[in-house]
Ligand binder design. Structure first.
Ligand code: F0G
Length: 467
């Protein structure tokens, strides 16, 4: 079991950059060790990692900024990681040699010229976390959590997942010489994510339940078996995921954008980004807080309902259904952390329809970068927030794209070929998606046939540009 005391006291440890403890987000109790379900022993709420030491570390905001920038020209293994480069704001492992890394982070910030024109937001960016080693944002948290799992001597790590966590965990476990156990809902995760876990050598169990059922089972398992829990309930994961925000602000030369928009599933990522923003503000790294907004699929809108109907005070669970399978979650574990950061930063929470998601995904694809459906909720959500006047066109907006386009090829193929909405209540309305579809054409292998196809495409492009 990881404990701050053990880490600080390890012989030969590098001088810890920070000391850390666990704090309960409910009753505020502070401890130096956490049980395997990462819940408070007094009130059962979730834990977060606090860092009472960093303010006395002697480094001010300017010194931290220049140190982090300097490391970008270093070839030291820790500096090559876009996560560990920011290690002053992370819990410190006993030994730098223990760190399990695949050179995660360092993801691009793209301008979105097409979406800018369509929405009127001239300063619109995407931070593409799908460009991480296993194709999703999970890698930034996994490098930290698997490092602590290995340091604590675990042979097995485990997670419940809608696909990306399992792919990431399996990769980092393999890299760190550990075995991994994956619990996924049978038939509800994409083949490409499942295939990653298989290739990285995970013991993969497809359970006849949904994600929430898998997570419940995992929580029981970790209390009985010597298995280290790697869902985002694990606060080390969230510490690593904080670096998304640090890296983003560095890319903006520490001038905060007005809005950051992120998809919401189990709500670990929004909580991590929010925690990072608050810490950066507290440390004087940024002069003001961006508003952090969370977008969910209409069919998996537990946080939206929790805020609207429960006043953010009690979780309203839902029976989740969405083709954006990564966020097909009805009982988000980190809902209280997410409520806190949305409220602290003045953000919003919205839901978007399946049609909105499909269109937004095609639009991001047309930028030449692409993403998986769960990530596209951000652009769909931005359109809604603009309509409501919450976001203004003259403001700077960043969309967090959480997963790579290649993560869910079935969705993309079904969208372009047409059957994505067959047999659903959206079938009739899905006709409006036609202009966004680029289905493949099957032709005879003749020059004539290809030239005809080229001419038809040119004609159709001209019709659309005149429309
Ligand atoms: N986007 C993608 C691509 C995801 O895989 C997930 C979550 C989210 C957004 C939502 O992030 O849960 O932190 O709010 N995927 C998890 C998984 C649940 O198991 O891969 P969140």
């Amino acid at each position: 079991m990881p404990s701050a005391a053990a880490i600080e006291g390890s012989p030969g440890a590098k001088p810890p950059h920070v000391t850390f403890c666990f704090r309960c987000i409910g009753c505020g109790a502070v401890t130096h060790a956490a049980s395997q379900d990462f819940r408070c022993s007094q009130c059962s709420n979730l834990l977060e990692i606090t860092d009472p030491g960093w303010k006395s570390s002697g480094l001010d905001a300017a010194a931290l900024k220049s140190l982090w920038r300097e490391r970008r020209s270093s070839n030291a293994p820790l500096d090559l990681s876009g996560v560990w480069r920011f290690r002053e704001l992370l819990p410190a492992p006993a030994s730098a040699g223990q760190v399990v890394t695949l050179r995660e982070g360092n993801t691009p910030l793209y301008e979105l010229p097409h979406a800018s024109r369509n929405t009127g937001v001239s300063r619109l960016y995407a931070k593409h976390q799908g460009m991480n080693p296993t194709g999703s944002f999970k890698d930034t948290g996994m490098t930290v959590a698997t490092t602590f799992a290995r340091e604590a001597g675990y042979r097995w790590v485990a997670c419940a997942s809608t696909g990306n966590t399992s792919a990431s965990m399996a990769a980092y476990a393999a890299r760190g010489g550990m075995r991994s156990l994956v619990l996924v809902p049978d038939g509800k995760i994409s083949w490409s994510k499942l295939s990653q876990a298989l290739d990285y050598g995970a013991l993969t169990c497809q359970l006849r339940t949904d994600f929430d059922g898998c997570l419940r089972l995992l929580q029981e398992l970790v209390l009985q078996a010597p298995v280290y829990q790697l869902n985002s309930i694990n606060p080390f994961r969230l510490e690593g995921q904080k670096t998304l925000a640090l890296e983003l602000l560095e890319q903006f030369d520490w001038q905060p954008p007005d809005h950051i928009i992120v998809p919401g599933g189990n709500l670990g990522n929004s909580s991590a980004i929010g925690k990072a923003l608050l810490e950066m503000y507290d440390l004087g790294l940024i002069p003001r807080l961006p508003k952090l907004s969370v977008i969910q699929a209409e069919g998996a809108n537990a946080l939206v309902r929790t805020l609207r109907e429960g006043g953010g005070k009690r979780l309203i669970s839902v029976q989740p259904e969405t083709r954006a399978t990564a966020i097909r979650i009805g009982h988000p574990a980190s809902w209280e952390k997410a409520v806190k950061v949305i409220q602290a930063t003045g953000g919003a929470c919205e839901q978007v329809s399946e049609l909105d998601i499909a269109v937004a995904k095609a639009e991001i694809g047309a930028e030449g970068i692409g993403c998986e459906p769960a990530s596209a909720v951000t652009l769909a959500g931005l359109k809604k927030l603009l309509q409501q006047g919450f976001v203004k066109t003259e403001e700077t907006v960043v969309l967090i794209l959480t997963g790579n386009l290649l993560k869910d090829p079935d969705f993309t193929m079904d969208f372009h070929r047409g059957p994505l909405f067959h047999g659903t209540t959206d079938e009739k309305e899905s006709d409006q998606l036609k202009p966004f579809r680029h289905p493949p054409v099957v032709l005879d292998a003749t020059l004539d046939a290809v030239v005809t196809a080229l001419n038809q495409a040119e004609k159709s492009d001209r019709t659309h540009s005149n429309a």
